[in-house]
Design a protein around this ligand. Structure first.
Ligand SMILES: [Fe+2]
Ligand SMILES: [Fe+2]
Length: 133
């Protein structure tokens, strides 16, 4: 009632909130990881938090793409799978104490995520805006 916001606008807004939350969680992970006194349990906790947030977000986005017969669904999903694979490699390296690998992997994860938001998610948002409600 009294809410004039269309479906696509409201989806874009909640999707945008998810993206902001993911950036915050990533920033917190980086903060605990780069703290020289870092507590390994806290790093592991933030890593799993980032992974579960991404899995939930990707699943929501993929459902939305399927519902709208998004033409670039396959390509977009492959990018999601790739991001999760980097994060899994990252968690495995951390779990066995290969801190150097963790340091090397972080910029790759960050760049891939930034690129995904700027390219794939922006393309999907433009597609949704174009198909109307
Ligand atoms: Fe997204
Ligand atoms: Fe995405």
């Amino acid at each position: 009632m009294g809410d004039a916001m269309g479906y696509h606008e409201s989806y874009s807004l909640s999707n945008q909130r998810d993206h902001e939350e993911i950036v915050v969680i990533g920033g917190e992970l980086l903060g605990v990881m780069t703290n020289p006194m870092h507590d390994r349990a806290r790093v592991a906790h933030h890593l799993s938090l980032l992974k579960s947030s991404l899995l939930t977000h990707f699943a929501d986005e993929e459902s939305e793409m399927k519902a709208h017969h998004y033409i670039n669904f396959g390509q977009h999903k492959r990018s999601h799978v790739y991001i999760i694979s980097i994060l899994t490699e990252f968690s495995s390296a951390f779990a066995v104490g290969r801190e150097k690998n963790v340091e090397d992997l972080w910029p790759h994860l960050e760049n891939t995520l930034d690129n995904h938001l700027a390219r794939y998610d922006a393309e999907f948002a433009a597609y949704l805006a174009g198909v109307g409600s």
